[in-house]
Design a protein. Structure first.
Length: 263
């Protein structure tokens, strides 16, 4: 009897060991899966939160709809359209020109700007449209980790081409401003710099310059006026590595004014 009980106990413990081992494997696989899922979806979760307002109002057309309705016709009007770099550009202190209109919206990509190009540019019948875009195309493309650099460039090029063609079709002169360099001279700046390889900005500017030359569009090179010997945005021109500060906008305004041909 004692031998039989011991054998039964051994079998029981053996099976219980197998079951426990199974639980351990399930737990390990579950943990690995959870980590993998978190890594994979985290960028998408961030983008969903970051872009929630834009998803509700594609292109954020409401931003300037009411203001646009108050503008009187002006054949000398110059509309600057872009993202936060444009929005933060204080035209009152930089240009003192009543014909200059700022239509920058934070965090917008070239696709967002294209969506509102008719409302915020074409419908206002300006003489000139000044376009500054691109950096958010790169930051968002690398946040989700699913778009290769070459595809981002192709998307940006296509959107810029479409805006230029629409402007010309409606008798508005398209002018493009180069992308600015970025810097990584502090911890805040490093976060953005890591998501935007410097070569992409160089390649975007090279294409934009060639495109403008081929189509006789005006290309305003502010990059050269703001880059340092390391190939980065000069430290004194930006506090966060992407947006110009007061000194940065002075340099940007000077570069623009020296190259822009008013009509």
């Amino acid at each position: 009897m004692g031998s039989k009980s011991n054998n039964q106990l051994f079998v029981f413990e053996g099976w219980w060991g197998v079951i426990k081992l199974g639980f351990i494997w399930v737990a390990l696989l579950g943990g690995i899966s959870a980590v993998w899922i978190a890594v994979e979806i985290a960028p998408y979760r961030y983008l969903n939160v970051h872009q929630m307002a834009r998803l509700k109002d594609l292109g954020q057309l409401e931003q300037f709809r009411a203001t646009n309705a108050t503008l009187a016709p002006d054949s000398q009007r110059v509309i600057f359209i872009g993202d936060s770099i444009t929005r933060l550009w204080n035209f009152d202190t930089s240009f003192h020109n009543p014909h200059y209109v700022n239509r920058g919206i934070d965090a917008q990509t070239s696709a967002d700007i294209l969506v509102r190009f008719r409302q915020d540019v074409i419908d206002l019948k300006p003489g000139t449209a000044v376009i500054l875009d691109g950096v958010n195309d790169f930051t968002e493309g690398y946040l989700n980790g699913r778009i290769a650099g070459d595809q981002i460039l192709l998307n940006l090029e296509a959107n810029d081409q479409t805006m230029a063609e629409l402007a010309e079709l409606h008798h508005t002169r398209p002018v493009f401003i180069s992308l600015l360099p970025l810097h990584a001279y502090n911890s805040i700046a490093k976060e953005t710099y890591q998501r935007v390889p410097p070569d992409l900005i160089l390649r975007a500017n090279e294409w934009l310059r060639a495109y403008c030359t081929a189509h006789r569009y005006e290309y305003i090179d502010v990059f050269s006026a703001m880059v340092d010997v390391q190939g980065m945005l000069r430290k004194e021109y930006s506090d966060d590595g992407i947006h110009p500060n007061e000194a940065g906008y002075r340099a940007m305004t000077l570069a623009f004014s020296n190259q822009f041909r008013s009509e």
